[in-house]
Design a protein around this ligand. Structure first.
Ligand SMILES: O=C(O)CCC(=O)C(=O)O
Length: 246
């Protein structure tokens, strides 16, 4: 569970970072499956622009038992229930690989803009749980967040489907610069098993990975069962339609 100070941090800053929260054995159980998972011929396997490097494994928990076990760990589920004061279901669960030398950027964005416009999400009662599957350092493309930006409105930009193979409602440079001017920017770093709990409206993104170290990260989005999405325009291998509580 999160302490009062951590809850306060989440509410004020829009995120809280908890180093070394998950057991390494559960992380390794997923990581040892990666070579096999990346060769699956499924739409969930998304490639970088080079068409060779795997960028993401969408909803990995539906075809990896180890990933399914990891994301049900009570050390992450309980804090999310605490934050939302509700039971939750898995809305999305994406493993972003950000491979050494080849992993590309995630443009600056707010997840909630997409949930609102494209997925029929009634309200922002979601938490994005970002699980470090490798050590994250300053060189391998750490996730950057703009603290406090979750309090702004969800910006309704158009979908950018050209910068990377994953379409995203990216923010423009002016929007990002003004948010950072007011709030600053952070990039939590730490060993595998560390976790960021983030508000779905916080502005975030990550640079490309020019380092020799992979930076795999699971982005698990949990939604309140009282806030079920009402029908997404995105396919069900992108957005889950299973509302069972975890
Ligand atoms: O893996 C990353 O660096 C980006 C993740 C992200 O933007 C997200 O989960 O919405």
């Amino acid at each position: 569970m999160l302490s009062t100070a951590q809850l306060c941090n989440y509410s004020n800053e829009g995120y809280v970072f908890v180093p070394e929260l998950l057991p390494l054995a559960e992380i390794s159980a997923v990581m040892t499956q990666l070579p096999e998972l990346c060769t699956l011929e499924r739409p969930e396997v998304i490639f970088e622009k080079d068409s060779q490097t795997v960028r993401s494994l969408m909803n990995i928990h539906t075809y990896s038992k180890a990933a399914d076990k990891l994301i049900r760990n009570q050390s992450i589920i309980d804090p999310v229930k605490q934050i939302l004061d509700s039971d939750v279901y898995v809305f999305q669960c994406i493993l972003n690989l950000k491979r050494a030398f080849a992993g590309d950027i995630w443009q600056w964005h707010q997840d909630y803009s997409t949930y609102l416009i494209d997925d029929g999400m009634p309200a922002n009662r979601l938490v994005n749980v970002l699980i470090f599957m490798n050590e994250v350092n300053e060189f391998n493309g750490p996730l950057m967040l703009v603290p406090g930006s979750h309090r702004g409105e969800a910006i309704m930009n158009n979908v950018d489907d050209t910068t990377t193979p994953y379409p995203i409602r990216a923010l423009n440079n002016r929007q990002v610069a003004s948010a950072i001017e007011v709030n600053g920017v952070v990039a939590p770093k730490g060993p595998a098993g560390s976790v960021i709990f983030a508000n779905a409206n916080i502005i975030h993104g990550s640079a490309s990975n020019m380092s020799p170290w992979d930076r795999a990260l699971i982005s698990l989005t949990l939604n309140s069962v009282e806030n079920k999405h009402r029908g997404s325009v995105r396919p069900d291998w992108v957005v889950m339609n299973n509302f069972s509580p975890v």
